[in-house]
Design a protein around this ligand. Structure first.
Ligand code: 5RP
Length: 231
């Protein structure tokens, strides 16, 4: 197994050990979460764990159900005990960019309704400052050209996300624009600006959301905890 995949797997297996019988678990999206789903399904089988999942994408719901993990609607879950998700980039304040897999709207809703959020990442995703990873912004298709022109004017370098020659449409029916910024000096300010734009549904800045980050290494894992961050 290639190193990055091995690191993702180590982080995923460590996160699967956090799941306890009876929990409602938020299930993120992406290749690292896929390893987590595999590890969780193994625990469910071997230990007869009774858990239910709340999904962050159609892809994850399909994969989880095919592995025997029960999915319930978020509105039928009295509480989400713990959400395990991936991330595209993480800074030294445990802030992150998410959305490489186009699922960040549902991921943010699930995270904000969770008692605890754990991210699982490989070691390449940690940087001093956010911005190397293009910042995804989910936008309403109607008037998207106007919004993209406005982002351009503000030097946010927007690129409408395409795949196989077609505009990507999210599970919720929106487009994604990736802002190629290289560095984000003021993530809270940028987040506020994006929140204020009509036509923006959500953005991929996840600030102060993760309670714990499990970083896979070639030999195991390292952990970051919000409680231990210097104020
Ligand atoms: O935010 C996400 C999807 O919207 C993913 O968590 C993020 O893209 C990480 O993916 P991977 O685990 O495949 O590297």
């Amino acid at each position: 197994m290639e190193n990055i995949s091995l690191e993702k797997k180590h982080a995923a297996v460590a996160a699967s050990q956090l799941i306890k019988n009876g929990m409602t678990v938020g299930l993120g999206t992406g290749s690292t979460v896929n390893y987590f789903l595999d590890a969780l399904a193994t625990r469910i089988r071997q230990e007869n764990l009774k858990i239910v999942g709340v999904t962050t994408s159609f892809k994850t719901a399909n994969r989880a159900e095919s592995l025997g993990i029960t999915i319930i609607d978020i509105d039928d879950a009295p509480a989400i005990d713990l959400t395990v998700d991936g991330a595209d980039e993480v800074d030294n304040r445990m802030n992150g960019i998410k959305g490489g897999g186009a699922a960040f709207l549902m991921e943010k809703i699930v995270a904000h309704n969770s008692n605890r959020v754990v991210w699982i990442i490989d070691s390449q995703k940690r940087h001093q400052q956010l911005g190397r990873f293009p910042l995804p912004v989910e936008i309403v298709p109607f008037g998207s050209g106007k919004l993209i022109a406005d982002f351009k004017k503000r030097h946010l370098h927007p690129v409408l996300r395409q795949q196989d020659g077609k505009t990507v449409v999210t599970d919720m029916g929106h487009f994604i624009v990736d802002l190629v910024l290289n560095r984000i000096d003021q993530p809270y300010q940028l987040g506020q600006y994006l929140d204020s734009r009509i036509g923006v549904v959500e953005h991929g800045l996840f600030l102060g959301v993760a309670d714990e980050i499990i970083i896979g290494t070639s030999s195991g894992v390292r952990q970051l905890k919000r409680d231990a961050l210097q104020k």
